[in-house]
Design a protein around this ligand. Structure first.
Ligand SMILES: C[S@@+](CC[C@H](N)C(=O)[O-])C[C@H]1O[C@@H](n2cnc3c(N)ncnc32)[C@H](O)[C@@H]1O
Length: 197
């Protein structure tokens, strides 16, 4: 077995044993250990949350004083202590629903959106970046001053443009790739700390 397959297998097994719905949960865990995107008591919004691995991890990281909401186009089976809605994040009324649930601005927004892939990387990359711009618009309305954000990025020609766009809104940003992310995959994570608007 190749090392990358072994690693993929390792996180899949761990997710199964620990009751997480996706291996992705460990990407969030690892990034959080390095950057503390989510802390105890945080109000957390998870955009593109199905099947729910990040939401499960966010519930754990935010603890019993925190509040977590997940949104996805797909149905997500109930997760204790999380509020889940089936909606399109590109819908203009989405921020009303978010604010109605939290009743105040949130401390962290995590975005793991993937479009339905076509197999044509340029097309998939452009659509994924466009989803991230939609998330950035939501963030401008719902994220509290000094709040944090995390974006998955399908790496390609518009990645740096997107990074520069969010860079103006946060005091610190970093592009990174967690160990739990497959080496050969072209996904990156943009960690954004300290929202300034
Ligand atoms: C990689 S999955 C997320 C995995 C998740 N973080 C986890 O740990 O289980 C990406 C999700 O983005 C969702 N998505 C894509 N476009 C969306 C949109 N416009 N609105 C809401 N969700 C969307 C897809 O339905 C898909 O479930």
């Amino acid at each position: 077995m190749k090392l990358i397959d072994a690693r993929k297998d390792y996180y899949r097994k761990l997710a199964h044993e620990q009751g997480f719905r996706s291996r992705s949960a460990y990407k969030l865990k690892e990034l959080n250990q390095s950057y503390r995107i989510i802390g105890p008591g945080f109000y957390v919004l998870d955009l593109g949350c199905a099947p729910g691995g990040w939401t499960q991890m966010a519930v754990r990281l935010a603890g019993n004083k925190g509040k977590v909401m997940g949104i996805d186009l797909s149905y997500v089976e109930e997760i204790p202590h999380a509020h889940l809605i089936r909606e399109d994040i590109e819908d203009v009324t989405i921020t009303d629903e978010i604010m109605a649930y939290f009743e105040r601005k949130v401390n962290a927004v995590v975005c793991d959106l993937s479009p339905q892939v076509t197999g044509n990387w340029s097309v998939d990359h452009a659509k994924q970046i466009s989803l991230n711009y939609s998330c950035a618009k939501i963030i401008d309305i719902v994220l509290a001053h000094k709040g944090n954000a995390l974006f998955k990025i399908f790496d390609g020609e518009y990645s740096m443009e997107f990074r520069d766009y969010v860079k103006k809104k946060f005091s610190r940003i970093n592009l990174t790739k967690p160990k739990a992310s497959r080496k050969q995959s072209s996904e990156l994570y943009c960690v954004c700390l300290g929202y300034t608007g």
